[in-house]
Design a protein around this ligand. Structure first.
Ligand SMILES: NC(=O)c1ccc[n+]([C@@H]2O[C@H](COP(=O)([O-])OP(=O)(O)OC[C@H]3O[C@@H](n4cnc5c(N)ncnc54)[C@H](OP(=O)(O)O)[C@@H]3O)[C@@H](O)[C@H]2O)c1
Length: 253
């Protein structure tokens, strides 16, 4: 018999905080975790309407099973408030998914310190301080952290040096915190390859599509579910820590 995703020992449902979860990969992960019995804290910055809509949808399926919280992860005071409110809501936290991310090019000669600060804040600094602040609560229920990294943390993406550096730091943080926070908290990462087209599909030319697909042995983009299922696999595998799984159709081989 296959094991259930959610540990049945706890009377209250486990709780997951997912940053940047109002849409795309974060929302898909929230929906799948919710189906597995988790209560969900959806964090958002600008996408208040999408966050509220997703929250309402999940609450219609199961009453009082989802809430959404605003925070600008570039602001340390917002990070602290997000942690406090997340824990207060159901008085526990079992899973932190560091998913929120800024992503834009930083060509050499055109990159400012503001660009640097923005890319490092969401992709690296906030995941560290969220993890540090939430560690005591996560440890109470043998919780875990999943960091959303990128295959470009290891193989640079042209014109995206600062983003790649920030994800690379997040990659090291994943392995380092796995050591620091053991044995009570596991820390793992998922490194997506090409999952969504970099802009709305209608704007992607046939040539751009061919360029992307020609580098993927499995000859297709990944799906939101491919990523969400891997996050859940890591979140529910009690003997895995410090690992980063590339979900990229073989692109990084
Ligand atoms: N999509 C892909 O193909 C792909 C490939 C490789 C890696 N990844 C990684 O997988 C994760 C999810 O990807 P995605 O494409 O779904 O992400 P995304 O849509 O680009 O970003 C997710 C959310 O991050 C939030 N965010 C960005 N900066 C923030 C800040 N300073 N403070 C608070 N929130 C902030 C935004 O929330 P609001 O909209 O509420 O402002 C945004 O909706 C990311 O970590 C990404 O790097 C994705």
């Amino acid at each position: 018999m296959s094991a259930p995703f959610v540990t049945p020992s706890a009377a209250a449902p486990p709780v997951a905080l997912i940053t940047g979860a109002s849409q795309r990969l974060g929302a898909a992960t929230a929906i799948l975790l919710h189906q597995q019995g988790y209560n969900i804290v959806i964090h958002y910055r600008h996408s208040a309407i999408e966050a509220q809509t997703l929250t309402d949808t999940l609450n219609q399926t199961r009453e009082n099973s989802c809430t959404c919280l605003h925070a600008d992860l570039n602001k340390p005071s917002d990070i602290q408030q997000l942690c406090q409110q997340s824990v207060q809501h159901w008085q526990r936290l079992d899973l932190l998914i560091n998913n929120a991310s800024s992503f834009f090019p930083t060509a050499i000669g055109e990159t400012s310190t503001e660009h640097w600060d923005d890319l490092f804040a969401s992709n690296c600094k906030a995941p560290f301080f969220l993890s540090q602040e939430l560690a005591p609560t996560l440890a109470k229920h043998q919780g875990n952290i999943v960091n959303m990294i990128d295959i470009h943390a290891s193989a640079p993406l042209k014109n995206h040096t600062v983003y790649c550096m920030a994800k690379s730091a997040l990659q090291m943080m994943t392995r380092s915190l796995a050591k620091e926070l053991a044995p009570n908290i596991r820390v793992n990462g998922v490194a997506p390859g090409a999952i969504l087209w970099p802009k709305p599909e209608a704007e992607v030319t046939a040539e751009e599509k061919n360029n992307i697909l020609s580098g993927i042995p499995l000859e297709r983009l990944g799906t939101l579910e491919d990523i969400a299922k891997t996050i859940i696999f890591l979140a529910t595998s009690p003997y895995i820590t410090g690992q980063i799984i590339a979900v990229d159709g073989g692109r990084s081989i």
